[in-house]
Each structure stands twice: as C-alpha cells, then as structure tokens.
Design a protein around this ligand. Sequence first.
Ligand code: ARG
Length: 620
Amino acid sequence: MRAKLILLFLFLLVLILPAQLKKEDGHKKHDRGAEKRNKKQSRHKDIVEDPFFKPAEDPNDDDDEPNTDWILKLQDLDGRCSPDPCLNNGVCEERGKRGFKCDCPKPFKGRRCEKAPKVCKKGTCGRGECVLTSTAPFYECKCKEPFQPPRCLTVATCNPSPCKNGGTCIKDNLDFDCTCPTGFSGRFCHVGPDDCYRDDGESYRGMVSETDDGDECLYWNSHFILSRGTNPFSSYEDAEGLGPHNFCRNPDGDTMPWCFVRRGRKLRWSHCSIQKCPLPSTSSTNPLPSTSSQKPLPSTSSPKPLPSTSSPKTLPSISSPKPLPSTSSPKPLPSTSSPKPLPSTSSPKPLPSTSSPPGMKFSSCGKPQPKRAISRIYGGLKALPGAQPWQLSLQVRPAGSTRAYRHICGAVLIDSCWALTAGHCIDKKNSMQVVAGGLTLNTPEPLEQTVSVEEAIPHENYRETKSAVYNDIALLKLKAKDGVCAVESQLVKAACLPLAPLPDGTECSISGWGSTEDSDYGSSNLLDADVLLISQTSCSSEAVYGSVLDQGMFCAGYLQGGVDSCQGDSGGPLTCNWNGTHVIYGLVSWGDSCAQQNKPGVYTRISHYLSWIKTNMQAS
Ligand code: ARG
C-alpha cells in the first residue's frame, strides 16, 4: 500500500511539475514583454543580462565574428587585375603571367586586402559597442550608460551625469533616468525641440538615436554592422550624413530616417522614433533642424570611420534549409497577378541589327539602373528598382486553361525576345509567360511587362540524377506583340553574355523570389544577395559535392553557409560585374538544401553554353 502511495505521489509529481514549470515559463515570457515596454527602467538589467555584452573570459574566444578567412583559402584565387580582385580600396598590380598583388591601405591586410585587424574582439568593450576607426588602435568603445569608459565594465550612475541640455539625472538603483527640460527628449535629453525631418528625411542631420520600438541605434561605424557584411559608408549613395555617431539617417532613399539595431546576434534595421517637421517643405534644400543649441553628444568628434569594410561579405541568408531540390517540379509560389499589357511608353532603340527585325533588339546589355542605394538587411535583401532589370519571373499554367499564371522559376532576359532559364523549369504541358520589370510578385506594378513565351528550348542533353542536374539550361523565345517582345526601360534591360571565365572569389549577385529563411513559399519581394564564385576544385572536394560536378556547372556562395539561392530561384540570374557591365555568369540550378555549410548553390555555367545559346537563337 505504501509503495502504491509513493508511486501515486511520484506519478502526480511527474504530471504536475512540468505543467507548473511551463506556467512559470509563460510568466517569464510575459515579464520579458513588460520589460521591453519599460525599457527605460530596466536598461542596466537588460545590458547585464544580454549575453552579447558578457565580458569574455577568454579574449581569444572570438566566436562572435563570422570567420571568413577559410573562404579565400578554399577559393584557389588566381587571376589578374581585371576584374579588380582587391577589396577595401586596395590597388591592384599585375604580377607575372597570372598573378596580382593588392597594395592595401591601412589597416587592411591579406591577399585581397580582405582582412581588417581584429581589434573588436568579444569583450573588448565590455558592456558597450566597439566601433571601428581609421587611426590606431582602430577602435573605440562606446559604453552603454551607466557603464563607463574605457572598457565599459564599471558602473557610475549619474556621476558624471549623462543627461544633456540641463536634464537632471535621477538615480534608480543602478539605472538612471534623465528628466528633460521642456522641449527636449531622448534618453539623454539630447534631442532638441526642433529636431524633425522633412520630406523623406534625406537631409536630416538631427540627433534622434532611437527606433520606433525603443531600441537604441547602433553607431554607423559599429564593428557589429561591419562584421555582418554591411559597410554603410560604402554601400549607400548618400552616405554624407553618416559618421561615427548613432543618429538616424536616410542614406538610401527610404521614406524616413532609420538606423541599424542589434537583435541578439542579428543585424536588423528599424525606422526611427522621430517627428516630421510641421511645415510643408518650401525649398528643395531642407534647412537643417536647429539642433544648434544642443551640445553634441560626447565623442562624436572621434576619428573618421573606416572607408570600407572587410570582405568577403557575409550577407544574410535569402534562403532557408530545405530538402534536396525537387528539380523537376519546383514549388509554386502563391498565384500572381493576372497578365498586364505592355506599357507603350518608350520604344526600344534598334541596334545595328543582325538578323532580328528592328524593334526586336535591345540597345545595350548589362547596365543596371544607376543605383541610388543598396538594400539593407531585413531577413534578406530587397532588390531596388532597376538593380536586376534582367530578372524575369517565369510563370506557368496548364496549357489550354484560363487559370491564373503562377511563378515557378526565375529567368534572365538576354535580349528583347530571348531569355534563359533552367532546363528543369520547363514542362511542355504548361503554357508560359514571363514578367519583366516587376519587384513584387503578387501586386501589379505599373512598369512591369508581361510577355508570353512562344517557345521553350531545353538543352537536348538535359539530365537529372539523384545527386545533380546536368545541362540545366533552356532558351525561352518570347512572343512579339505588335513587333516587340520586352520593351527596354529603366526597369527592363538585358544582361550580357560572358566573354570569358571569371576568377574564383569574384563577388557576384543572385536574385529571385524563392524560399527564404522566413518563408518556404518564397518572398513576394525580389531579393538579392552577393555570393562569391567558388573554385571547381574546392566544390568538387569530398566535403562539398564530390565528383558529381561537371564543366557545365559551378558553385557560388559561402562554404560556411548562410547566403544562398533556394527553391523558386531556379533559372534566375547570377550576374557578375565585368568592368562595369553585368554579365549573366550562372543560372540558379540546384543545391543540397539551401544555405547549409559546405553545400553552396550550384549554377549552370553560361560560358560553357555560349555556342549552344548562339546556335539555338539563330536556328529559330
Ligand atoms: N532547384 C531549385 C529551384 O527549382 C533551386 C535550388 C537552388 N538551391 C541552392 N541551394 N542554391 O528553384
């Protein structure tokens, strides 16, 4: 009997305890939410509990920094100065027959000037942000108040007072609050009464440094931003307002000022908690908000930020782990908008044409719309209008049906009436159309063009095995309407065909609407990312794809994983900048899952199929 009672007791314990724990867990989660809302009150605790700011026990344990050294080792770099292999403003010098040497500006080192000194190691700045500077020791610590310089390890609440503009510092245990004089705001009362932005905030030079979620902005020269593969100073067209500060800016043509924030180990961005100026703008040159009465925040006069970042870039994944490609039937995306008529705005300039009738040829190739800015990280990179003007969405529906067309693959425009796609995207049972000049899949856009596919010509030796897809290429002949197929415009242009192989390690760009880390069904926004060409030898190594690769394929991406194309991107472009012209170097073909370590994307090598392309274009 006693034994039975004990058993019963134990049984209840097993039942009740987990439930109780779960409940507590829920409470904790709830409290967390509350904490977020009351950020001001609990910053000290937040900082101390944030594993990111945990002072490193072993300063050599720098696991925070994505290590990219090995990429260069694996990419058997050889080649000359064109295209320029040197990064970070290194100057290239040709050496011998196939060699080059990069003369690196301080403090960069490495064969391609890709190595920046690891001055910002984990724990270098204790509970603070490590920012990079261009003079020795090449970094500076920006402590999170109330932690104090130089190493941001000691706390001094309200002493000295961090509050600006006559704000009073009120101690609250280890935390503090600044009570600001009327009109001043911000955590340190550093935001003046007239601090506001006009129009899109491009000219905003005020001092708001908080996002609309209440997060503190990262310094623009933060090591954290650079280590995530983005260098604001070289990435944005209008980097003038950026500097060694953490004020919100709009350097990239967004609708209002924004800034980078850190979420755990991820880099994110957010719009700022900032007011729009009350009066409508009268002149095009926005007067600066009068922040003149405010003293600048401490240490904004620090050394200039570094001119550019260490590379190769580690961009965010535009893909998520996936099962092996079911190459014969890529996952369809949610059905897209119905076809739209061609805008009849500009007529294409005819080329001194070869065989094609006038109006059926593009005037040039490989020139994207001059970029206003590059995209910024947000679970992938949103392509900007005109950045990938050769990108097409290949859409299908069962032949003879009147159903809506749905996106199935990417494709690449190589001339007004011709596109390339992956062979595995072709199913003769479907009728096909391509949409050019669109960025968003399921929203009709005024400048997009829908063109029917007259004929699909897959490679005659297309072959799919369990481990690879061979000769994964097809030509799409587009159907002319009133004598034109795709009309060259700001958003619709052709990519050039490559003339010669490019060196391993070249940075190229991939784009598509395929699966992302956030959505298996793909992204409705066109995303792009940068990838590096990986040498055939390293990609054919046992650890990667072994002997299945042939000369018609190459790998690109990062062997460490993280950035890749994925399902739904197939047939889309991998373009590389060849002395200012974008050439279609690869087509998204296959890969083992997506974005996994040692499983980079495999692309159809266009340079291998040049004569096939030409012959087939001439034949029809
Ligand atoms: N086969 C896929 C498609 O049909 C593309 C897969 C690319 N995979 C990769 N890891 N890059 O969309």
